[in-house]
Structures are given as structure tokens and as C-alpha cells.
Ligand binder design. Structure first.
Ligand SMILES: [Cu+2]
Length: 121
């Protein structure tokens, strides 16, 4: 697919070429920086990473990476809330953060687990 795009560039429809070049650049940047969904591991009674900055509408994927422990990610605030329910080992739960703000996600089973989420516009 990429070689097809490059060939189109070389053959050069003058109006379309800059747009195609911008699309290729965007794809490369996206893969280099990582993209939504962003994986949050729950293991050894910690969220990893413990802090993350995303943009509104992007998705966090909570994965229980523990062998035996349940986890239960939740967020309760005036602006935005979610509740994963009890998560079995190996299970995942996706949350789209649709409202900008700074949030603290907690685990209903392990009170010391904290994840700070910054959601920008
Ligand atoms: Cu937990």
C-alpha cells in the first residue's frame, strides 16, 4: 500500500501529491508516538504507567496483568465517570475519555492503586 502511494507521488498529479505526502508523514508520526488505545497495565497492585496525558476522545485500555488478583478500575467525578466492574486476570476494559480534565482513577479492591489521567482538548 505504501509503495502504491509512493508511486502515485512519483507519477505526480500535481494537486494531489502534497496531500498524499502529508498522509504518509502522519502515519509515520502516529506509529512512532503510539496511539489510542493506550494500554494501562494493572499488576502488583499498581497501574503502569501511573500517569498519562491523552486527548479528548482517546481510549485507555485497562488490562489485568496479574496472575490471580482481581482489579476494579473506576473513576467518579462531576465531569466524567466510569466503572470497569471486577476484572478477572487477563481481561481488558476500554474507556474513551470524552471530557477534558485531570482525573484520578482508583481500584476498588486495592486502595493504594492510583492512575492520574490528563485529558486535553
Ligand atoms: Cu487492583
Amino acid at each position: 500500500m505504501q509503495s502504491g502511494l509512493l508511486r502515485a507521488l512519483r507519477l505526480g498529479s500535481f494537486g494531489g501529491a502534497p496531500i498524499v505526502a502529508a498522509m504518509i508523514a502522519g502515519a509515520l508520526v502516529g506509529s512512532a508516538l503510539g496511539a489510542s488505545p493506550f494500554v494501562i497495565s494493572q499488576k502488583d497492585r499498581e497501574f503502569n504507567p501511573a500517569e498519562i496525558s491523552i486527548k479528548r476522545g482517546e481510549i485507555l485500555r485497562f488490562i489485568n496483568d496479574d496472575g490471580e488478583l482481581l482489579h476494579h478500575a473506576y473513576l467518579s467525578s462531576d465531569k466524567f465517570s466510569f466503572d470497569s466492574g471486577d476484572q478477572q486476570p487477563g481481561s481488558k476494559y476500554d474507556v474513551a475519555f470524552s471530557v477534558t480534565g485531570d482525573y484520578t482513577v482508583l481500584c476498588g479492591i486495592h486502595p493504594k492503586m492510583k492512575l492520574t489521567v490528563h485529558v486535553a482538548k
